[in-house]
Design a protein. Sequence first.
Length: 436
Amino acid sequence: MAGSEPTSAVLQQVYPAEGTATLYPLATQRDFLIGRDPSCQISLPFEHGGVSRFHARLTFSSDSEGWQLCDLNSTNGTYLNGHRLQGCRMLRVGDRIRLGHHGPQFVFTEANAPVPTPVQRPVSDPVTFSQLFPIFSTAGDLEHKAYLIPGIITVTVAVVLFMAVGNVGLFNGVLALYLALAAYYVVYQLCGKHKPLWLPVVTALLMAGILRSPVLNGFIQVFRVWLPGSANPSTAAQQPLWFLLQMFIGTGVMEELLKALPILLFWLIGWALRPSTPSSPRSLAAQIGVWEPLDGILLGTAAAVGFTLFESLGYYVPSMIQSGSELEQLSGMQVLIARVLGSISGHLAYSGTFGYFIGLSVLKRSHTPRILGTGLLTAALLHTLWNVSGLVSPIALAVVGSLSYAFLGAAILQARSLSPDRANNFATRFKPPSSD
């Protein structure tokens, strides 16, 4: 409609067999989505298989003072007066709209207008091409909605594991890498912030490199030689408090500070690059730097992946399969699975929690010492309790592990609410898709 034509309109859904219609008043202050999804303003029953979840949109144009109809790349198309609609088109009184080849029909008209003369209705609702071959209608959404890439990775890993049977080193390495990626993927999906794929890989490799460098020896010298951090489990029963303090210093504090080194490094790199592109969210500084708690969590958990893989494959598993017997190999693989898969409530939880505090200190610079102190204390204490509870009972270990994961989950939720870019967070953002 344009010019003197009315701007207060109604969309009438016509039921040809009964000669009746359902009226949908159109208010100019909002858009109207039409589709099978319950969130649509004009929501159609799910038996309309040829209608996409978000099929079409009605929008009032203030420039032309009229309504326009837009097809949202629907699978079976939107038809205006018998012709398939491409993009958007301004509507006029009496225009007939059909969703799909034989789908529901609407008439665009003035408010309080009589129901138009019914048109002939098809005898049956035909099976559409997209229903018979869904791969062609939903292929564009598979990557984002059906976990296509994780599924392909899983299939690939399964094939490699079959090929690696008999090669203990390769089998354990591939299995450990897959379990670590699965644990990190959970954290990544919960955080909902896009990061370059290479960044967590580089962070994990950097962590492994630190553990092979003189930096580790320097930390051991400070925390386990100069400070009372060299714990002996045999003294735990006689001196429990002293043993707890030793574990806190020599394991909790030392290892959490070690895993924080990659976070601090990327924080420094981000600040060094910031002056060149201070406002671009896609700049290298924005992508790799630490500007908020979510950045710290993602980098911290990536460093924990590198730490876990290095510790498991470089120390714990080899120490159990020294003779290479089948029993030792089985025991080593069992330890590998438990350690790597359990890292979601272990190293990833501690490092992710500390990473949250590091990112929070960037947002709250005036409180940096208190924030970082609280973060290190929290992560180191959870780490210490995990190590000590293993000497108590499996139940205590499960309780501490669950508590650690709860701390990480709470940190992620809080980080998402604090994020300056929360409007683009894919874990919370809702954007109507264009097709089934």
